[in-house]
Every structure is written in structure tokens, then in C-alpha cells.
Design a protein around this ligand. Structure first.
Ligand code: HEM
Length: 486
């Protein structure tokens, strides 16, 4: 009797002990618990502080088991560069069996694995976004046009206060919509409302504990839990825009991204195994909208939170803007070269905003090494960008908002190597150019016209962001005054 009970228990124990050991020369980490791995070492709501605690305990490259799945967390500039730049192709994959893959049909570019489809789609977007091919209007005109709508909104609140969350969200969404679909949407438009609502819902799910449990514990995937929502209604919306484009387009005269893609499909139609398709396009457009909306709007929200609560820095920017734009009716992106202080402030905002704190997860494409550790093919890699943007030794003030981080002794703008809010290497953000143009033109145009004040009755500002795939400042209000034009 004792033997029949003890023997299976012993076998079970030995089996789990074996399963719960890290492979030879794998990065170290906390003890692995059977089935759960290390998920008990992480706060499912906000793991950033846990990641920092574990970095202090195990070094810049350590591992965690999310259920049965090993993940390597990469911290600090040196390790990050080795992984994402020096050994770029070894680390350029994306994990393929996560909650987010299942909700996006494995199409699009953000989550596509390292391979021909990702490469061709990435190259296509970079070329198309580079101001060619998107019709007659330049990217600057699109951004400045949308900024007019922001200014119209702000003008209605002169002398009173406004909550800017929705305004910046809608503006960022509209800029991408103009690039993708050639038109902006009224803030109450049904199409945009459905997209925004669906993304908010899906982002909440992807950020939340259910997605982490789904990824960590494969056995619960078939249960009717809250993660089974998909992009169905967004796809329906998108198909109507695509149908309208197909009806009204003139081949060879693209008005926007969709037309460019349809032209490219025509060009490739004779190719064997053509990688471009309407299904790809629909997920691709949603990818770009998703990647370009929350990121930009959360960075703008952080910018105005810090500008309001640091009035000396806001005034310094305004002086520089007034001088450089004297006699001009609007700013252009090239003006940044004459505005070192504004440039420093915007970069410092991006550093502090830490908008995509854990980047997008990567995956190794072959057996490789990092900082002397062996990492097998297919291992999930979490690039902890937070650890680089706040790394001691890389910044004059790593933990404090201070534009001096980007200025040398002569007051010139300098960009330290550790500035990587867009990540680095071949998977680096492909919207960087567009995002930087948006941040510069919107911030400069608004600061030129308005003064932003922290309302007297708003209490002490709370700078702690809300955790998610993107970090978001806590909701706040701003008081608006008109400036005298200089
Ligand atoms: C302040 C704004 C933005 C920030 C901080 C940001 C940051 C990032 C980061 C950290 C990644 C992950 C890179 C990696 O995996 O190593 C990424 C990827 C990406 N971003 Fe952005 N992004 C911003 C704006 C945009 C915009 C406006 C677009 C749209 C045009 C965009 C499109 C993308 C795409 C498509 C990817 C996936 C690239 C790939 O997998 O090859 N992003 N972004």
C-alpha cells in the first residue's frame, strides 16, 4: 500500500524536479515552481518593479518561467545592444503562441515572426511612410492640419480647464487614419468609435492578468474565460473602408497607404507565393493604427503633464520657439535643428514617459549566446527598455525629469546612446520618423499659442503612470491661457 502511494509520488517529484531546472548555462533566476513557473514572483498588474528587483538580485540578463515557458529578461545598455544590435538576427523573432497572436490571426507586421513576409511588409511601410507615394499632401501638412483641430478644441477652454486624454488620443488616431485611409474622422464618427472601443477593450485584455494566465497556463486556453474576445467587429468595419477604396481608386495614383498597398498587390499579382493580400492588409492597417495611436498620445500626455508642472521649462521652450519662428506662420520639422532646448525637452519627455516599457517581446531565431549565457532557439526575450532609459551611469539625472540629460555644456542638443524608447535593431519601431515629427510639430505649435497651467484646485500632481503595454499618465486636467503672439 505504502509503495503504491509513494512510488508514483516519487516519480512525480523527480519528473517535476527535472522539468523545473534551467538548462545548462541558461541565465539565472528565482526557483521555478511546478506548473506556475515564476509567475508568483511577478505582480500581474504591474511587474516593472519586480523586474528591477530581480535585476538587482540576478544581474542584467536573467530568466523567468511564465508557467512552463522560459523567458529571458534583458536589462541595461550593454546587454540590450548585444542582443538587439550586435546579434540582431538571432534576437529578431517574435513569440508565436501568445494571447496576442491568437487575437490577431497571426497577420500584420508587429507580431509577425522574422521571415520574408515580415521583411517585405516592413520595407514597404518604411518606403511608403517616407513621404513618397502617399498622395500630394506631405506628412508635415497632415500633422499640422490635425493640430489645427487640437487648437480649435483648446480655444474653447481658454480661461477654464480641460481633460486632454481624449483630445490627444483622437488627434494621434486621426493622423494615422489620414495616412492609412486618406481621411480624418470626426471625433464622433461611428467607424472610429468602434475601432477605438475595440482596441481599448483588447488592449485592456492583453495588458491584464487574464492574458498573462493565458500565456503561462496553456491548459486554461479552451475555457470560456474573458480572453476569448477578438477583432471581429473591427475587421467588419475595415472591410467597408477597403471596399470603398477599391471602388474609387485610380491604379498608379495612390491617395494613401491602402491605395499604395493595392498598387503593390497589382504589381506582385503574377508572383509565386505572393506575400501581399487583402487579409494581410486589413491586419496591417490595424497594426499601424494600434501602434501609432496610444504610443503617441500617451507621450503627448506626459509632455504636457511635465510642462505644466515645470513652468520654468515651459517658458524656456516658448522663448526658443518665439525666436526661431519669428515672422513665420507655422513650424516645420526642420526648425528642430535650431531649437536645441525644445529638442532636449521632447527627448527627456520620451525618456521619462517610457511609453513602451518592455518593448514588444522578441524571440530567438536560433541557438545563441548573450553576455556569456546560452539561449536556445525559440526562447522568449523581454527587452526591458525601462532599465536602459533609467540606467545609472548613462544619464546625468537618471531618475529625475531634467532636459540637461540631452544638453552638453555649450547648450547643444546631444542624444546619448541609451536613448531607446523606440527600441533598437531590425525590429525597432517603424513609425519612429512619423512619431518624432508628430511630437515636435504638435508640441511646438501648441506651446507657441497657449500657456498650460496646472489648475490651482488640482492638488499635488501624481506622476506615477498606469501600467500596460503602453504606460499612461494618470488622468489630469489642464488650464489653458492664450499667449500674446511674438
Ligand atoms: C512615441 C511613439 C512611439 C513609441 C514610443 C514607439 C515604440 C515602439 C517600440 C518600443 C516598438 C518595439 C520594437 C521592438 O520590438 O524592438 C515599436 C514597434 C513598432 N511600432 Fe512604434 N512607437 C511609437 C509610434 C509608432 C507609430 C506612430 C507607428 C505607426 C506608423 C508605429 C509603428 C510600429 C510598428 C509597425 C512596430 C513593429 C515593428 C516590427 O515588428 O518590425 N509606432 N514601437
Amino acid at each position: 500500500m505504502l509503495v503504491t502511494i509513494l512510488l508514483p509520488l516519487c516519480v512525480f517529484f523527480i519528473f517535476f524536479n527535472f522539468m523545473c531546472r534551467r538548462p545548462k548555462n541558461f541565465p539565472p533566476g528565482p526557483t521555478i515552481v511546478p506548473v506556475l513557473g515564476n509567475i508568483l514572483s511577478l505582480s500581474l498588474e504591474n511587474p516593472l518593479q519586480d523586474f528591477e528587483r530581480l535585476r538587482k538580485a540576478y544581474g542584467n540578463v536573467y530568466s523567468l518561467y511564465l508557467g512552463p515557458r522560459p523567458a529571458v529578461i534583458v536589462n541595461g545598455l550593454q546587454a540590450m545592444k548585444e542582443a538587439l544590435v550586435t546579434k540582431a538576427s538571432d534576437f529578431a523573432g517574435r513569440p508565436q503562441d501568445l494571447y496576442v497572436n491568437d487575437t490577431t490571426d497571426r497577420k500584420g507586421v508587429i507580431l509577425a515572426d522574422y521571415g520574408p513576409s515580415w521583411k517585405e511588409h516592413r520595407r514597404f511601410a518604411l518606403m511608403t511612410l517616407r513621404n513618397f507615394g502617399l498622395g500630394k499632401q506631405s506628412m508635415e501638412e497632415r500633422i499640422l492640419g490635425e493640430t489645427e483641430f487640437i487648437m480649435n478644441t483648446l480655444e474653447k477652454y481658454i480661461g477654464s480647464t480641460l481633460s486632454p486624454q481624449l483630445m490627444f488620443h483622437n488627434a494621434s488616431s486621426n493622423i494615422i487614419c489620414q495616412v492609412l485611409f486618406g481621411k480624418r474622422y470626426d471625433y464622433n464618427d461611428e467607424f472610429i468609435k468602434v475601432i477605438v472601443q475595440c482596441f481599448t477593450e483588447n488592449a485592456k485584455l492583453a495588458n491584464g492578468p487574464w492574458a498573462m494566465l493565458y500565456d503561462s497556463l496553456p491548459m486554461i486556453r479552451c475555457l470560456p474565460l474573458p480572453f476569448m474576445k477578438s477583432f471581429e467587429n473591427v475587421k467588419v468595419c475595415f472591410m467597408s473602408v477597403l471596399a470603398e477604396h477599391k471602388r474609387t481608386r485610380v491604379p498608379g495614383e495612390p491617395r494613401d497607404f491602402l491605395d499604395c498597398y493595392l498598387d503593390e498587390m497589382d504589381k506582385r499579382s503574377g508572383d509565386d507565393g505572393c506575400l501581399f493580400s487583402e487579409q494581410q492588409l486589413s491586419m496591417y492597417a490595424l497594426d499601424l493604427h494600434f501602434a501609432g495611436t496610444d504610443t503617441t498620445s500617451n507621450t503627448l500626455l506626459t509632455a504636457f503633464l511635465y510642462l505644466m508642472t515645470h513652468p520654468d521649462i515651459q517658458e524656456h521652450c516658448q522663448q526658443e520657439i518665439d525666436e526661431v519662428l519669428k515672422g513665420k506662420d507655422k513650424a516645420c520639422f526642420d526648425d528642430r535643428n535650431n531649437m536645441p532646448y525644445v529638442q532636449a525637452v521632447i527627448h527627456e519627455v520620451q525618456r521619462i514617459a517610457n511609453t513602451v516599457p518592455l518593448s514588444v517581446f522578441h524571440c530567438t531565431t536560433k541557438n545563441t549566446e548573450l553576455m556569456g549565457y546560452s539561449i536556445p532557439k525559440g526562447t522568449m526575450i523581454i527587452p526591458n527598455l525601462t532599465s536602459v532609459l533609467h540606467e545609472e551611469g548613462q544619464w546625468k539625472s537618471p531618475h529625475k525629469f531634467n532636459p540637461e540629460n540631452f544638453l552638453n555644456d555649450q547648450g547643444d542638443f546631444v542624444k546619448p546612446e541609451a536613448f531607446m524608447p523606440f527600441s533598437a535593431g531590425p525590429r525597432m519601431c517603424l513609425g519612429e520618423g512619423l512619431a518624432r515629427m508628430e511630437l515636435f510639430l504638435i508640441t511646438v505649435t501648441l506651446l507657441r499659442k497657449f500657456k498650460f497651467i496646472w489648475p490651482e484646485d488640482a492638488g499635488e500632481p501624481d506622476f506615477t503612470p498606469v501600467y500596460g503595454v503602453t504606460l499612461t499618465p494618470k488622468p489630469y486636467r489642464m488650464k489653458i491661457q492664450l499667449r500674446a503672439m511674438h
